[in-house]
Design a protein around this ligand. Structure first.
Ligand SMILES: *Cc1c(COP(=O)(O)O)cnc(C)c1O
Length: 336
């Protein structure tokens, strides 16, 4: 199977399974799982934060972060298309009593400062929610958010007394693609949520990093949200393995995505809209979208073909350069 629907579809490698099987574990709710502790410390040090906290999902990690930054009746500024607004079931509002204030993105994925400034509520007036936090996302739809913008956004947050959170589900893709360290990319933020179940290839897991005080608060919310896990060191071991073995190789995923985009660009009937890090967005003639998807499926190639919308194809650990050639050949054969 060549599955391009998402970078979440990877299976653990044999070496990763071995690392998981060998992990020393304990009850992490009691703070007694040495492998979870090691993951939290290792990642926090690597990205330059005081503490880390292991979560079953990125959705829960982001939500616990929002709830640690904001209380009832507070609000966070967030992108209109951001995961923490659009794709997390409205959790901040539903479960956190925190109001999202969505802001439209610029083309590069950033949130223009003038739009943010207009969205910040006047202080001390009970008509308004209290604006407490700015939440950004990097990468956003595969795009690396420009570092210069993030510095400006951090300055903006300081001036307005806001916390600054990063949904860094794919922050290592951002670091590798821009030739910067994850430490540099995370530096401006008070908290960062990092997924291990995406390009890093672990089966489960996200880690929230930030100050010790913020992580202590998030730990309480994690328990309330049902995310306190017991011998989760088996899962943390997969994440530690990914940190050691699957970070630099993200460059290959980016190269493969570029190769896929280049190959598809040469085919009549395909319109490549963008390639950013490990994602390619393309449009097929509407009457072909469904048929193409079926023709590819018959050759063990899965793409998410959304009728009339662009199709997102994502490269990852389980897609080789050879696989990309097969996909391009199969699409060319279909249209040829
Ligand atoms: C995947 C993802 C998350 C977290 O999703 P989970 O499936 O809950 O782990 C958060 N933000 C972004 C941008 C993501 O792609």
């Amino acid at each position: 199977m060549i599955d391009l629907r998402s970078d979440t579809v990877t299976r653990p490698t044999a070496a990763m399974l071995q690392a998981m099987a060998n992990a020393p574990v304990g009850d992490d709710v009691m703070g007694a799982d040495p492998t979870v502790q090691r993951l939290q410390q290792t990642l926090a040090e690597r990205v330059g934060k005081e503490a880390g906290l292991f979560f079953p999902s990125g959705t829960q990690s982001n939500l616990a972060a929002l709830m640690a930054h904001c209380g009832r009746g507070d609000e966070y500024l967030v992108g209109q298309l951001a995961h923490t607004y659009k794709y997390e079931g409205g959790g901040a509002a539903v479960l956190g009593s925190v109001q999202p204030q969505p802001v439209e993105h610029a083309d590069d994925g950033s949130l223009p400062l003038e739009k943010l400034a207009a969205a910040v509520k006047p202080k001390g007036d009970p008509h308004y929610a209290r604006t407490r936090l700015l939440a950004l996302e990097n990468t956003f739809q595969g795009k690396v958010i420009p570092a210069a913008y993030i510095d400006q956004a951090a300055q903006f947050a300081r001036e307005h007394g806001l916390g600054l959170h990063l949904d860094g589900a794919r922050v290592f893709n951002a670091a590798v693609a821009s030739g910067r360290t994850a430490h540099e990319v995370c530096a401006p933020f008070d908290s960062v949520s990092i997924c291990f179940s995406k390009g890093l290839g672990a089966p489960v897991g996200s880690v929230l990093v930030g100050s010790k005080a913020l992580i202590d608060e998030a730990r309480r919310w994690r328990k309330v949200l049902g995310g306190g896990m017991r011998q989760s060191g088996f899962l943390a071991a997969a994440c530690l393995h990914a940190l050691d073995h699957h970070v630099e190789r993200l460059a290959q995923d980016h190269e493969n995505a570029a190769l896929l985009a280049e190959g598809l660009r040469g085919i009549e009937g395909v319109k490549v809209l963008a390639q950013n890090t490990n994602m390619v967005f393309a449009e097929f003639a509407p009457e072909h979208t469904e048929k193409l998807s079926q023709a590819l499926q018959a050759q063990d190639i899965i793409i998410r073909a959304i009728y009339r919308g662009p199709t997102r194809m994502v490269t990852h650990l389980d897609v080789s350069q050879d696989d990309i050639r097969k996909v391009v050949d199969a699409v060319r054969a279909y249209f040829g």
